[in-house]
Design a protein around this ligand. Structure first.
Ligand SMILES: [Zn+2]
Length: 369
């Protein structure tokens, strides 16, 4: 039986780890509450293409309630607007403060370099805000050399009783595609909880198949096998490796064809995306591929919206059709959640086990028959 040494100088382990994926529409904003007043915010922004339930004020109000004192760690996976816009103070006639408010930021970890953020007006405001919110030396730009060894979690920070590995940061892209170039450098984190039940999650930012490939080369499949996977890049097609890079026999094998999904084999997969936003994310082919993972927990039937090309073969569920694509319903009993269908998704890890809560979406086994 596990015992806790309450007589020692060390604080007792926290009783709960919570990861909240906010429904900010097309964007990412994830709060990790480590217990004992230690919080990590990973990205926070939205480009408002496809509204979410939570706007800037809603997120600020939530953070006000949930962050005790300083924000211990801020992680910015990459400079894209939909990951930083709520962190930077707003501009315009009614300038809004950062969602972090006037809190001090203990440590800020970003990909790439400062110049990459200063390419946009929002990025300039982010950098200027951070210069005041964090102490000099507390803003660090991570490189590929900061990737953790498998048996050695990052010594930059921990999360209560959980340890964190940096799996990728500032990974270079070999692609001529600008979306690949912007997103491949995303910071990817692996969180491993040391509460009574083992629990692991991967936060992937807007990582692409190139980032996945670098991670697959660096770590064992056993290490990458996780409970909860944030689906990279809002379920965009940049997750999909080109066909010639897939193992040749894969199409005949049941289950996911992508090495990334086979290795991570999640129990729960969560994609963050806007309500019928202009990018038609998550893409149906990504949603289906993720849904084919036999590792996924069975949660009862629910329909997840996904976007397909206009000439695609999808079950249209009404709504906007345009030249770019159409919206489809993907009915599944598997644990694939999206913020646009399910609202905020929260993972709560406790000593007795872990659960995933979501705001809305019907789970009804009969509906899939
Ligand atoms: Zn994004």
């Amino acid at each position: 039986m596990a015992t806790v040494d309450t007589a020692g100088a060390e604080a007792p382990p926290p009783e709960e780890l919570t990861i909240t994926f906010f429904d900010v529409g097309q964007g990412d904003c994830t709060l990790i509450e480590c217990g004992e007043g230690y919080e990590i915010l990973v990205d926070c922004g939205s480009n408002r293409r496809g509204a979410g339930d939570r706007d800037r004020d809603d997120v600020a109000a939530f953070l006000e309630e949930h962050i005790e004192g300083d924000l211990d760690v801020l992680i910015v996976t990459h400079p894209d607007l939909d990951h930083v816009s709520y962190l930077a103070p707003g501009s315009g006639r009614t300038p809004a403060p950062s969602v972090v408010g006037d809190r001090h930021v203990g440590l800020a970890l970003l990909s790439l370099d400062e110049a990459a953020y200063r390419e946009s007006a929002t990025g300039v405001r982010l950098m200027n805000w951070l210069a005041g919110a964090a102490a000099p030396g507390a803003v660090r730009f991570l490189t590929t050399a900061d990737a953790s060894a498998e048996d050695e979690p990052s010594d930059l920070f921990a999360c209560g009783g959980a340890s964190i590995h940096i799996l990728a940061a500032s990974e270079p892209s070999g692609s001529s595609d600008t979306s690949m170039q912007r997103n491949t450098p995303s910071i990817v984190l692996r969180i491993e909880s040391h509460l009574a039940q083992p629990f692991t999650a991967l936060l992937t930012g807007d990582a692409t198949w190139e980032t996945h490939r670098a991670i697959l080369e660096r770590y064992s499949a056993e290490f990458l096998d996780v409970d909860v996977l944030k689906v990279s890049h809002h379920g965009s097609r940049t997750s999909i490796p080109p066909a010639h890079l897939l193992p040749i026999d894969m199409p005949s094998v049941a289950g996911p064809h992508w090495p990334w999904l086979r290795a991570t084999s999640p129990d729960y997969a969560i994609a963050t995306c806007g309500h019928r936003g202009g990018y038609f994310l998550p893409r149906c082919e990504v949603t289906r591929e993720v849904g084919s993972a036999s590792s996924l927990a069975s949660v009862g039937c629910h329909a997840v919206e996904c976007g397909a090309p206009a000439e695609g073969d999808c079950e249209t569920i009404g709504g906007e059709l345009d030249d770019e694509g159409e919206w489809c319903g993907y009915a599944t009993t598997r644990a694939v959640f999206t913020s646009q269908t399910n609202g905020d998704v929260r993972v709560r890890v406790r000593p007795e086990g872990w659960v995933v809560d979501f705001e809305r979406g019907q789970l009804d086994a009969a509906a899939c028959e």
